[in-house]
Structures are given as C-alpha cells and as structure tokens.
Design a protein around this ligand. Structure first.
Ligand code: NAD
Ligand code: DAU
Length: 356
C-alpha cells in the first residue's frame, strides 16, 4: 500500500507527509515540481527513510504521471499541488490556470485511466482526495452564517476561480466516471514551513528584520485560522472514512480580523524575542493599499466533518499561534534559506507601489 501526494514539498503537503509517516507506516511518494513554493528542506528529517520517495515532476505531464501511477500503484492520490497565493494570482493568473485547472485535469485523466484498469478490490480501495479552499465560496457579509458544504460558489480572485474550476472537474470525474473522489475545503492554514509570502510568516520575518508590517486596507478582513497539523489530521480522517463524492469543510472555529492576527504575532514576539531597543514590534505596523477585489470575510462551518467523521481541531488560535511563532524563532536557518533573490523580487513587486 502506498499513497501519492502531489505538492508535498509545499507548506501543507510537507506537514502532511511528516505527520503521515509519524502516524503510519504506509509509504508516500511525493510528486512536486519544485516551483518557488516547493522546498525539499521542509522534508529534511525524512532523508534516508525507506517509506518516503521524492519525484520531481509536473502534475500536467501526462506521460510521467501515468508512468508513476503504473509503477507505484498508489491506493490513493492526495492532491495538494497548486499555485496558492492570491496576490500572485492578481499579478499573473496564467500559472494558476495552467497548474490548478489544466494540471488537475491531466492528473484526473491519469487517475481515471489507472482506476479503469483496476480489479474490483483495487477500485473499492482507491481514493482521489482533492484539497480545495473556502475561497471558492466568495465573501460573507458580517453576521451571515458560515460556509457550509452547500454554499453557492462565487470565487472572486483568479486563484479562487482556478480552484473552483478544479473542484468542478473533480466532481465531474466522480459523477461521470465513478472515480471515488473526495473534496475538502479548508480555511487559512498556519504553522511550520509556511512560505513567508503569506500573512503570518511574512509578519514574523518582517518584524525580525526591522521592516514594516503591511496591513492591507483597514485590516478588518476576517479569516478562519486552522493550525496545519489539525488540517493534516482532518485529511487523514476524510481519506479513511469520507464518503466518495462528498465534500467536507475543514476549519479551526477561529474567525479573526487580520489586525488581531498581526497583534497576536507582535505580542508573542515582544514576549519571546524582544526588540533590542525595548520597544514593541507593533510600532512597525503600517496600513498599505488594499488587495484588489479583497474578500471581506470567510468563515467555515466545520460541523459536517465533526458529526459524520468525528474530527475537531485540537488547537485553539492561542495555542497554535504560540507554537508557530516559537517554531519560526527556533528555525532561523530555514527562514534565511527561503529568502532568496526570487523572494526579494516578489516583495519588490507586491509592496513597493502600495501607498502607505
Ligand atoms: P504551497 O504554495 O505552499 O505549495 C504548493 C506546492 O505545489 C509546492 O511545493 C509547489 O512546488 C507544488 N506545485 C506547484 N505547481 C505544481 C505542478 N504543476 N506540479 C507539481 N507540483 C506543483 O501551497 P499550500 O499552502 O501548501 O497549499 C496546498 C494546497 O492547499 C493548495 O491546493 C491550496 O490551494 C490549498 N489550500 C491552502 C490553504 C492555505 O492556507 N495555505 C488553505 C486552503 C487550501
Ligand atoms: O482561505 C484559504 C486561503 O488562505 C487559501 O486558499 C490560500 O491558498 C491561502 O494563501 C490563504 O489565502 P489568503 O489570501 O487569505 O492568505 P494571505 O496569507 O495571503 O492573506 C491573509 C489575509 O491577510 C488576507 O485578508 C490578506 C491579508 N494580508 C496579506 C498579506 C500577505 C495583509 O493584510 N498583508 C499582507 O502583506
């Protein structure tokens, strides 16, 4: 028995593989193209582990994927690979369409071909688990009920539109070809190994390097925050017990405005790693031009996965964010390594022209 993980060198994928192998002995193949967001250092602790294998490749490379599925005969595909950053999708949507839509289509075609060649026992065991996002549901008014699995789709960014497209393809492959698909929609993950283009690690890096902490607009946009290992546990649960064809929302029951998130990070840094001048990192907060089309509020109703599969997050925001800040403080080498020239180019592109 083996599982194939796509995008396993990224933030959530690498946490998923590490947690999987800590919990189980079933081998993992990690297929990742190693874009700017893929980092094999995340998986350094697995070097030499016979249960883990890395294959560099593109989910859109049909011949390579078909060959991989043939050789390893995984009993499940856990599909994380994607372009995942909303701001990048605004600057350049093309890669998002290519990987998230076209790439997912090719991966589904390969899975379908492989599935149709299986015997009855293989078919019964096989799962294609697609990791999607709460962003496909669009933005919520203040006070409106949280997203349930039947909330209408209304993606607002090129990123969320590309994820919505891939969700529809996955659903269609389940409906039309009988591929045993499962789709999960999770909220904002945070934790170790997150690339510092996303809010929390960006704030930590900028604070520690004496830079501004850029808050888009008024900072009152609301997100639900999910500690990454809770997300990984939820995916394992859906894989084990989810009903093919179903979708499951995964959230942390932690709806918070961005400013509160940044203030929590600042408070922990002030406590755990005070500034040399004794002042608060909060002095580095600045408000900058808002993200175009910025969704105001996301909120996840994670009741279905709790009722049907018995999963609930273990971390509160207070416990998860403390672990997270501690992790970044304890891993300065990892942080230094990911801030390459390409990373600095991105900061220049996204932040230089935003008025304060
Ligand atoms: P990430 O950007 O950190 O990692 C993505 C990984 O996919 C990278 O390792 C990258 O090299 C790889 N990849 C990209 N294009 C590829 C291709 N064509 N072929 C093979 N590999 C490719 O992303 P993440 O934050 O870990 O997110 C993982 C998944 O979870 C994504 O599908 C994302 O949409 C979804 N998601 C993320 C969050 C979040 O808060 N991070 C929340 C909801 C859903
Ligand atoms: O909701 C799930 C989604 O969460 C995932 O599908 C995406 O892959 C993931 O990137 C994340 O999207 P967001 O756009 O919510 O994440 P990000 O960390 O980029 O931004 C979080 C919030 O913080 C958002 O309201 C924008 C704001 N922000 C972000 C950055 C990078 C700032 O105010 N300043 C910043 O510099």
């Amino acid at each position: 028995m083996t599982i194939l993980v796509t995008g396993g060198a990224g933030f959530i994928g690498s946490n998923f593989i590490i947690d999987w192998l800590a919990e189980r002995d079933e081998p993992v193949i990690n297929l990742d193209q190693l874009t700017y967001a893929g980092n094999l250092e995340n998986l350094a602790e697995l070097r030499g582990d016979p249960r883990y294998a890395f294959v560099r490749g593109d989910i859109g490379d049909r011949a390579a994927i078909a060959d991989l599925l043939e050789r390893h005969a995984p009993r499940a595909v856990i599909h994380f690979a994607a372009e995942s950053h909303v701001d990048r999708s605004i600057h350049g949507p093309g890669d998002f369409i290519q990987t998230n839509v076209v790439g997912t289509f090719h991966l589904l075609e390969c899975a379908r071909a492989r599935f149709s060649a299986m015997d009855a026992a293989g078919e019964a065991a096989f799962r294609f688990l697609h990791v999607s996002t709460d962003e496909v549901y669009g933005s919520l008014e203040s006070g409106a009920p949280a997203f349930s699995e039947v909330h209408r789709y209304q993606p607002n960014s090129p990123y969320s539109a590309s994820k919505a497209s891939s969700d529809h393809l996955v659903r269609a492959y389940g409906h039309t070809y009988g591929l045993p698909v499962l789709t999960t929609h999770c909220s904002n993950n945070y934790g170790p190994y997150q690339f510092p283009e996303k809010l929390i690690p960006l704030m930590i890096v900028n604070a520690l390097t004496g830079k501004f902490l850029p808050i888009y607009g008024d900072g009152r946009q609301i997100r639900d925050w999910l500690y990454v290992s809770d997300h990984c546990a939820a995916i394992r649960r859906v894989l084990d017990a989810g009903r093919p064809g179903e979708t499951y929302n995964i959230g942390g029951w932690n709806e918070l405005p961005n400013l509160d998130i940044v203030r929590a990070v600042v408070g922990l840094l002030d406590e755990l790693h005070p500034r040399a001048d004794g002042r608060s990192y909060g002095e580095q907060i600045v408000h900058v031009a808002d993200r175009p089309g910025h969704d105001r509020r996301y909120a996840i109703d994670a009741g279905k996965i709790e009722r049907e599969l018995g999963w609930r997050p273990a971390e509160t925001f207070a416990t998860g964010i403390r672990k997270t800040v501690r992790w970044y403080l304890d891993h300065p080498d990892w942080l230094a390594n990911v801030q390459s020239g390409a990373y600095r180019d991105w900061l220049e592109k996204n932040y230089t022209d935003r008025n304060r």
